[in-house]
Design a protein around this ligand. Sequence first.
Ligand SMILES: [Fe+2]
Ligand SMILES: [Fe+2]
Length: 162
Amino acid sequence: MLSPKMLQALNDQINAELYSSYLYLAMAARCEALDLPGAAHWLRLQSKEEHEHAMKFFQYVNERRGEVKLQAIKEPPCSWNKLCQLFEDVLAHEQYISKRINDLVKLARDENDYATENFLQWFVKEQVEEEATVDAVIKRLRLVGEMPQGLFFIDRELGQRS
Ligand SMILES: [Fe+2]
Ligand SMILES: [Fe+2]
């Protein structure tokens, strides 16, 4: 059985992952509007991954015989005009999610919930990867700055994500 505190925290995380999915979908829409189809493709896949993260929590809560309670997903921003700035926001968001995952691990330990602590390890590892991937994109974007040619190549590269 999940403790009420743990159940609440896992339900909150389902919301945070669904918000991540919604945020990246908003970013994909923005990239389409900015004529950056490759980045839009990358973000659509990112959005799909976040939905899968939410479903991992969803399934886990059910396995532990907890009840999933879905909450309202807040409206994401849509004001990005530069790809570099958009990816800086992706990184900031992933850092925020990493902190949330760490807090969940801490709570699982405090509650002596070793099964949840173990379940969360996949996310601990995933967050390291997520931050590193986005950081690499930002470094390349910084390198090309405002050069349209450079941006064109990075966009094409982002479009190759499978
Ligand atoms: Fe996630
Ligand atoms: Fe993520």
